[in-house]
Design a protein around this ligand. Structure first.
Ligand code: GDP
Length: 390
C-alpha cells in the first residue's frame, strides 16, 4: 500500500478505540447546522393599549422594533379611551339630543374599533448565532366593546400561520419552509386590577389550545412588593379556577447541573412574571442602566431584585427550543388532526355552527322585543298626549 493510501485510510479509522462508530459526534453536527441556518422564533404580545408592550419588547431584545412609533410621555395615557357621558336633567331638549348624538358616535367609534396585527421581523446575531425574531403586536386589543371581533382577528392570524405551514409541508419545496407559527404569546395583565378581568379570562381560554401562553404583569413598578405577590397569587388561583392552560416550564432533567435546576425552580416560582420596561438609559450608582427614574430613586429594568424582567428573558432564551417543540408537537398537531378530521375543510365545526345559529336567533328575538317596547312606548306617549288635551 502506498504512503498516500495509508494516510487516506488513517483519516477514517480510529486505531485507539476500535469499537467506536462515531455517532457521539452527531449533536455537534446538529448544533453546527442549526447555528449556520439560524433560529426562527415568533413571539406574540397581547394586552390592552398602554400596558408597556412595545417598551418591554424593545428592552428584551435591546433593539428598536418600532422605530417609527412615537412613544408618548405620560405613563398609561396611550390609546386609552374613556368616554364619560353625564346626563343633566336641566338640559334643554336640544342639548339632550346633541349629547345623545355625540354619545352615539363615541359608542359607534368604540364598537367599530378593530384590533390590528403588526408583525415586525429583526435578525439578531450574537457570537455568530443568528436569530430571526418576529414579534407580532396586536394594537387595539381590548379597545372595542365587542371583544369577540378582536379575538377572531388574532385567532385567525394564528390559524393562518398553521395553515401556511401545513400547505408548505405538503408541497414540493419542503426543505426551505419558513416557520412563521406563533411559538409563544406574552399576555399582559394590568397591575391596576385585583386579578384577571373577564376579558383576560376569555382571551386566554380562546387561545390556550393554539399557542403557549405566558402571563405577564405589566408595569410592576406601580406595585409594592407585597401587592405584587398578592396579585401573582390571585392570578394563579384564577388561572386554575377557570381551567386556563398556560405554558408550563418543563422540570430540569435529573442529570442537569445544580445551577440549571435551581434556575428552573426560580423561574417556575416567578410566574406570572412581574416586569418593568424602559427605553431610557439612566445613571445609577455611577453606571448607565436601563431604568425608570422616580423622585425616590431608580427602578432598574435588569435588576432581578427590582422586577422579573431578567427572569422573563432567561425563560424565553433557555426555553426557546421547548416552546418550538410544544408548538410543533401539541398545538400544530391539534390543528392538523382537526383539519384531517374535517377532511381538509376550513371553518367552524358543525357544533360551532349550531352555536352561531342559536346566537343569531337570540339576537333576532332581542331585536323583536326592543321593537315591541319602542312601539308600546310610542303608544303610551300618544295616549298621554291625548289625555293632556282633554
Ligand atoms: P403599549 O401600548 O402596550 O405598547 O405601551 P407602550 O410601550 O407604548 O407604553 C405606554 C406608556 O407606558 C409609555 O409612556 C411608557 O413609557 C410607559 N411604560 C412602559 N413600560 C412601563 C413600565 O414598566 N412602568 C411604567 N410605570 N411605565 C411604563
Amino acid at each position: 500500500m502506498s504512503q498516500a493510501d495509508k494516510m487516506k485510510q488513517g483519516q477514517f479509522t480510529n486505531p485507539e478505540t476500535p469499537g467506536y462508530v462515531g455517532f457521539a459526534n452527531l449533536p455537534n453536527q446538529v448544533h453546527r447546522k442549526s447555528v449556520k441556518k439560524g433560529f426562527e422564533f415568533t413571539l406574540m404580545v397581547v394586552g390592552e393599549s398602554g400596558l408597556g408592550k412595545s417598551t418591554l419588547i424593545n428592552s428584551l431584545f435591546l433593539t428598536d422594533l418600532y422605530p417609527e412609533r412615537v412613544i408618548p410621555g405620560a405613563a398609561g395615557t396611550t390609546h386609552t379611551h374613556t368616554h364619560t357621558y353625564i346626563y343633566k336633567h336641566t338640559d334643554s331638549e336640544l342639548t339632550v339630543v346633541l349629547h345623545f348624538v355625540a354619545y352615539f358616535f363615541l359608542l359607534l367609534e368604540k364598537i367599530e374599533r378593530t384590533v390590528q396585527i403588526e408583525a415586525s421581523t429583526v435578525e439578531i446575531e450574537e457570537r455568530g448565532v443568528k436569530l430571526r425574531l418576529t414579534v407580532v403586536d396586536t394594537p387595539g386589543y381590548g379597545d372595542a366593546i365587542n371583544s369577540q371581533d378582536c379575538f377572531s382577528t388574532i385567532i385567525s392570524y394564528i390559524d393562518d400561520q398553521f395553515e401556511r405551514y401545513l400547505h408548505d409541508e405538503s408541497g414540493l419545496n419542503r426543505r426551505h419552509i419558513v416557520d412563521n407559527r406563533v411559538h409563544c404569546c406574552f399576555y399582559f395583565i394590568s397591575p391596576l386590577g385585583h386579578g384577571l378581568k373577564p376579558l383576560d379570562v376569555q382571551f386566554m381560554k380562546a387561545i390556550h389550545n393554539k399557542v403557549n401562553v405566558v402571563p405577564v404583569i405589566a408595569k410592576a413598578d406601580t406595585l409594592t412588593l407585597r401587592e405584587r405577590e398578592r396579585l401573582k397569587r390571585r392570578i394563579l388561583d384564577e388561572i386554575d379556577e377557570h381551567g386556563i392552560k398556560i405554558y408550563h416550564l418543563p422540570d430540569a432533567e435529573s442529570d442537569e447541573d445544580e445551577d440549571f435546576k435551581e434556575q428552573t425552580r426560580i423561574l417556575k416560582a416567578s410566574i406570572p412574571f412581574a416586569v418593568v420596561g424602559s427605553n431610557q438609559q439612566i445613571e445609577a450608582k455611577g453606571k448607565k442602566v436601563r431604568g425608570r427614574l422616580y423622585p425616590w430613586g431608580v427602578v432598574e429594568v435588569e435588576n432581578p431584585e427590582h422586577n422579573d424582567f431578567l427572569k422573563l428573558r432567561t425563560m424565553l432564551i433557555t426555553h426557546m427550543q421547548d416552546l418550538q417543540e410544544v408548538t410543533q408537537d401539541l398545538h400544530y398537531e391539534n390543528f392538523r388532526s382537526d383539519r384531517l378530521k374535517r377532511g381538509g375543510r376550513k371553518g367552524p365545526e358543525p357544533e360551532e355552527m349550531d352555536k352561531d345559529m342559536i346566537l343569531q336567533e337570540k339576537e333576532a328575538e332581542l331585536r323583536r322585543m326592543q321593537e315591541m317596547i319602542a312601539k308600546m312606548q310610542a303608544q303610551m306617549q300618544k295616549q298621554g298626549d291625548g289625555e293632556g288635551d282633554v
